[in-house]
Ligand binder design. Structure first.
Ligand SMILES: *[C@@H]1O[C@H](CO)[C@@H](O)[C@H](O)[C@H]1NC(C)=O
Ligand SMILES: *[C@@H]1O[C@H](CO)[C@@H](O)[C@H](O)[C@H]1NC(C)=O
Ligand SMILES: *[C@@H]1O[C@H](CO)[C@@H](O)[C@H](O)[C@H]1NC(C)=O
Ligand SMILES: *[C@@H]1O[C@H](CO)[C@@H](O)[C@H](O)[C@H]1NC(C)=O
Ligand SMILES: *[C@@H]1O[C@H](CO)[C@@H](O)[C@H](O)[C@H]1NC(C)=O
Ligand SMILES: *[C@@H]1O[C@H](CO)[C@@H](O)[C@H](O)[C@H]1NC(C)=O
Ligand SMILES: *[C@@H]1O[C@H](CO)[C@@H](O)[C@H](O)[C@H]1NC(C)=O
Ligand SMILES: *[C@@H]1O[C@H](CO)[C@@H](O)[C@H](O)[C@H]1NC(C)=O
Ligand SMILES: *[C@@H]1O[C@H](CO)[C@@H](O)[C@H](O)[C@H]1NC(C)=O
Ligand SMILES: *[C@@H]1O[C@H](CO)[C@@H](O)[C@H](O)[C@H]1NC(C)=O
Length: 548
């Protein structure tokens, strides 16, 4: 239960972090102060005009679509300013943002006639030249999300991003003179969500807005290649896309061109004053309901998982009873095997391993088998040997060579395995002619197969088996060149204690053995992984580990 509740806590905190992350504004970088456009002197008319413009930027207007334009002064002292808030920012936050931004910007760009800053949720820009309705596509900010797109989908992801951004571009450009903003999401080729928003200052014409956004979309395609998200902020427009939701969904701008008498002098459009609180109320209700539903869902999932996890013992036992083959079904007559292998003829000999010779055989029913004739005395009694065979026979995985049975008569001890036709990996890897069969794809598949088999031995089977002698000649290849690990569990069959981590009897092959195992006999999952690493190097470079 403790485990479950800590998982639950983890989930909840992850959700909280996500919720916070999705409310994060655009990244904050220093402003651009345009030195080329000259300085003004302190106490000059320009400074006074600038302060006046910034002060009155949004106080003179009641239109709250998050765009403010103002100009003040005459001749060379005239100051122009533009303020723009993200299309998803509510009016109060927008004013707060612009207030903070204007204070800081005049401090950070002291005495600069022209400056621009994309500041958290808003953008502020002023100049001594007219900037209203003039598209400027200088890149101010270009940031990547450092998360990588999953490797196989990089190209598709780019396409998905472009389709979504292009759709949003046409939507935003057509947005009218009050707001040119569009945000949306799409499902990517690999079934993940993709979120994007685009925005122009609405003083631009539809064509200029389109051009500006297209410049942003096409800017330095290599810059964030393979990353899940990017923000490109130009002087007159911005785009951003991420693999998480980073904008608040807004109600449609709906510039209700009703000729209400309360409309402000500048324009005949207005937001209904009561509209916003109502929307906020709905938003709150929706968010609360959604959060509650989400938490309930998570809790019930956790409970389900907990119930499943807590009662597996009996089930596992049942399953194993079904799966464990009986001793009888596994035990073969010596005469059967002798006949199958043509009395262990040299012609049928496949090789000689550390524990004995291996023969190919064909049973009465036509099934091909590989028979390992154990030469060394296993050191254990018949009963223990049978029990260990039963345990090893239970290890079944498609990347393990399957143990079909055993034979115990007179002094003979035989192990009968499934026959794997394409011999072992070393025959391919180190043979100058046969190695051409191993292209990168096959090698990759083989490495993956070995890793899966090893993971099963180490983690996923009920017995933890440490192989201790993983090497190229112990990797067999079936007809489709799938890797199958062989000779696992030998330590079990040979009375080498798998539970003690120190052993006096070292099995293994120099070159593959981890130093601590070779020198002190300490073996562990880690020493197997060491051997796996050596094996991977061999597979990749096609050289034996001991003949460089
Ligand atoms: C404006 O002032 C800055 C320092 O505040 C200085 O670096 C820059 O050279 C000045 N530019 C002009 C045109 O005087
Ligand atoms: C803006 O100021 C700079 C430097 O003082 C000046 O060269 C430029 O002509 C001014 N622009 C306008 C439109 O007045
Ligand atoms: C600007 O004006 C203020 C008060 O009017 C004065 O205290 C200050 O010294 C002046 N600064 C400069 C640089 O003239
Ligand atoms: C703001 O409104 C006042 C009065 O309506 C007007 O005198 C002033 O010029 C306006 N300021 C701007 C920057 O439009
Ligand atoms: C503006 O600055 C104040 C104080 O620095 C801060 O409390 C407030 O949250 C800021 N508002 C916005 C919208 O950034
Ligand atoms: C665009 O803005 C940058 C500063 O943000 C300025 O240096 C440049 O001169 C502007 N270009 C035009 C055509 O106004
Ligand atoms: C993304 O992939 C690059 C190499 O392609 C790697 O250096 C970087 O650490 C990866 N970043 C993350 C967050 O996984
Ligand atoms: C983009 O627009 C096209 C045509 O308007 C539409 O068929 C397509 O579904 C849209 N794609 C996205 C991702 O919105
Ligand atoms: C693997 O074995 C199958 C069946 O025996 C055979 O058809 C195939 O050619 C073999 N592959 C290689 C690379 O020898
Ligand atoms: C294994 O041997 C090392 C030294 O050879 C010793 O420090 C360690 O305690 C031993 N571990 C066990 C489990 O016997």
């Amino acid at each position: 239960m403790a485990l479950v509740s800590s998982r639950l806590l983890f989930l909840l905190s992850a959700i909280l972090i996500l919720i916070q992350a999705s409310a994060l504004p655009a990244p904050l970088l220093p402003p651009t102060c345009n030195n080329n456009n000259g300085n003004y002197t302190s106490n000059s008319t320009y400074e006074k005009n600038l302060n006046q413009v910034l002060y009155s930027l949004y106080s003179n207007t009641t239109i709250d679509y998050g765009f403010y334009y103002s100009s003040y002064g005459q001749n060379s002292d005239q100051v122009y300013a533009i303020g723009l808030c993200g299309g998803d920012v509510n009016p109060d936050d927008c004013r707060g943002c612009l207030t903070n931004c204007s204070t800081l910007l005049t401090q950070l760009c002291p005495n600069q006639k022209e400056a621009i800053w994309w500041y958290s949720q808003c953008m502020l820009r002023y100049s001594n030249r007219s900037i209203f309705g003039i598209m400027n596509s200088t890149i101010q900010v270009d940031l990547c999300n450092n998360e990588n797109v999953s490797a196989n989908y990089v190209d598709q992801y780019n396409d998905d991003v472009h389709i979504l951004l292009n759709n949003l571009t046409s939507e935003a450009a057509a947005g009218g003179s009050l707001r040119k903003y569009a945000a949306g999401s799409a499902i990517t080729t690999d079934f993940k969500k993709l979120y994007a928003l685009v925005q122009c200052t609405p003083d631009l014409s539809e064509q200029d807005c389109t051009n500006c956004l297209l410049i942003a979309i096409a800017a330095y395609p290599q810059y964030c290649a393979g990353k899940v998200g990017r923000s490109v902020l130009l002087t007159s427009c911005k785009i951003r896309y991420e693999d998480y939701s980073f904008f608040h969904s807004t109600t449609a701008p709906a510039p209700s061109s009703t000729n209400t008498t309360t409309s402000p002098p500048l324009t005949n459009t207005t937001t209904t004053a009561e509209g916003n609180p109502r929307n906020t109320l709905w938003m709150v209700i929706i968010i609360v309901v959604a959060s509650v539903a989400f938490v309930v869902l998570i809790v019930s999932i956790c409970i389900c998982v907990y119930l499943r996890v807590s009662s597996p013992r009996e089930k596992a036992a049942e399953n194993i009873d079904e799966e464990i083959p009986s001793v009888e079904s596994l035990q073969f007559d010596f005469s059967t095997i002798s006949a199958a292998t043509d009395d262990f003829s040299e012609a049928n000999k496949l090789g000689q391993g550390g524990f004995g010779a291996v023969y190919k055989g064909t049973l009465y029913n036509g099934q091909d088998v590989a028979v390992k004739r154990l030469s060394t005395n296993s050191g254990q009694g018949d009963l223990e040997f049978k029990n260990e065979v039963l345990l090893v026979a239970k290890l079944q995985h498609r990347n393990l060579v399957r143990l079909l049975g055993f034979c115990m008569e007179r002094n003979e001890r035989l192990l009968i395995y499934e026959f794997v036709p394409n011999t072992s990996l070393d025959h391919f890897l180190f043979d100058p002619i046969k190695r051409v069969h191993l292209n990168w794809e096959k090698r990759y598949k083989i490495i993956g197969g070995i890793a899966r088999g090893l993971l099963y031995l180490h983690e996923d089977s009920r017995l933890r088996i440490i192989h201790r002698d993983l090497k190229a000649s112990n990797i067999l290849l079936d007809e489709e060149m799938n890797a199958k690990i062989s000779d696992f569990g030998m330590a079990k069959l040979f009375l080498l204690d798998q539970t003690q981590s120190n052993t006096s009897r070292i099995v293994g092959t120099y070159g593959y053995m981890a130093p601590e195992y070779a020198m002190h006999g300490q073996f562990s999952v880690k020493s197997d992984v060491f051997s796996f690493g050596v094996l991977v190097l061999e597979i990749v470079c096609g050289q034996r580990n001991n003949c460089f």
